[in-house]
Design a protein around this ligand. Structure first.
Ligand SMILES: Nc1ncnc2c1ncn2[C@@H]1O[C@H](COP(=O)(O)OP(=O)(O)O)[C@@H](O)[C@H]1O
Ligand SMILES: [Mg+2]
Length: 381
């Protein structure tokens, strides 16, 4: 848990605070995003946690799962910093050190042996979907997206329970940012860190945060709440403007395909006979069906019109499936993928490309309507 208690920071010779009487709590294992316009005190708030900046007033507490609570102001700053993962704005990899040396920065300070550092770095590089050869390369030999992954890997190297991430995906293009966000959310399901995540992008704040802390210029807290509540019930005009007019659409970010998909869709087996397949499509009233093999791996799809009048096996007449949506994808990303390929129906697969369900545009529409209705009920209660 990270707890801010009436924290204020006034920089020397500044008349107004950068962070103003800030109080909020991030429960263990959650991501709290801090979002707000440029200069509203996001980076300052974050650096107060690992004491790169000292507060003018107030206290910040960290506590572990055993409930042991410590005031960061009473801790040795060096020890404190080594126990908190930090991913800085603009990545900040050391250009003349290899990826291995970059990831190994804190482990080395902690006195880990060479073999252990290499093993851990290798584990992290693989976890971030990059080849082991990268360990011996230099930052300039990697793309922006890859460097950001290394920045995150360095932050989690010693497996700290608490992470501070300052615009960690700020330096990449929107497509790669989306990939990094999704990868990180998947990783977080395994590592369950307590994370303060700074961003200036409200969409990223909604997507990544279990809770969102919205700051205004002068470091004033405007709202601290779950993304769903912030979208449904902005506390004031500032939040309403900041969230934007497309609040209903933004809710798509909060729902995962797993929650709305049909988990038992009718599917064809690649080795099924065409006659059988045509019969099944007639029964189900379908013009096309997805095709899987014996272990549910997605093979393709077959159209009724390509099968009719034929004899043989389904896999002789099917088309390879171009697009499938990964389990855990949010509805906004799912819908945009579906629009790109112009599919009304798409398979949901796991990381091994095994079919876990089917989602269509009606299911997505229904989910949005239901979530607005639910939000309105909460508002009236
Ligand atoms: N070292 C500093 N000395 C004086 N003022 C600072 C210093 N660092 C930041 N500020 C000011 O404090 C405010 C908040 O800055 P910062 O926390 O970096 O905002 P953000 O990360 O939200 O863009 C800004 O007005 C900034 O100019
Ligand atoms: Mg900043």
């Amino acid at each position: 848990m990270i707890k801010f208690e009436n924290v204020t920071k006034i920089y020397p010779r500044m008349s107004s605070p950068a962070v103003d009487d800030l109080s909020f709590t991030v429960p263990t294992g959650e991501i709290c995003t801090i979002v707000g316009p440029s200069g509203c005190g996001k980076t300052t708030a974050m650096k107060l946690v690992n004491r790169l900046i000292e507060p003018t007033d107030g206290n910040i507490y960290l506590s572990d799962e055993r409930g042991e609570t410590r005031n960061v102001l009473e801790m040795d700053p060096i020890v404190l910093r080594r126990s908190i993962g930090y991913v800085i704005q603009q990545i900040g990899l050391f250009p003349h050190r290899t990826i291995l040396e970059n990831i190994g920065t804190v482990p080395q300070m902690l006195g880990w042996g060479e073999a252990r550092i290499r093993r851990r770095a290798g584990e992290l590089v693989e976890m971030m979907n990059m080849p082991l050869e990268f360990l011996d390369r230099y930052p300039h030999e990697l793309s922006g997206g890859q460097r950001q992954r290394i920045g995150v890997a360095r932050g989690v190297a010693v497996d700290p329970p608490v992470m501070l991430m300052d615009e960690p995906f700020g330096a990449v293009d929107p497509i790669n940012r989306n990939i990094l966000q999704n990868e990180f959310l998947r990783l977080q399901q395994e590592i369950k860190k307590t994370i303060l995540f700074v961003t200036h992008d409200i969409d990223e704040a909604i997507k990544m945060g279990d809770r969102i802390c919205i700051l205004n210029v002068g470091g004033k807290l405007e709202q601290f709440d779950s993304p769903a509540n912030i979208l449904a019930h902005p506390a004031n005009e500032f939040v309403e403007d900041f969230v934007g007019a497309d609040r209903a659409l933004k809710r798509l970010n909060l729902i995962r395909v797993d929650e709305v998909m049909d988990a038992h869709p009718p599917l064809l087996q690649a080795t099924q006979s065409v006659e059988q397949a045509v019969g099944l499509m007639g029964e189900q009233g379908l013009r096309f069906m997805y095709v899987i093999d014996a272990d549910r791996t997605l093979k393709g799809y077959a159209r009724l019109k390509d099968l009719q009048g034929q004899t043989g096996w389904v896999d002789e007449f099917m088309e390879p499936a171009a697009t499938a949506i990964l389990l855990g994808t949010n509805l906004k990303d799912a819908l945009s993928e579906m629009l790109v390929v112009d599919y009304a129906n798409v398979c949901v697969v796991d990381t091994q490309n095994r079919v876990r369900g089917l989602v269509n545009t009606e299911m997505i529409h229904e989910a949005v309507v239901e979530s607005s209705a639910a939000a309105d009920e909460v508002g009236e209660a």
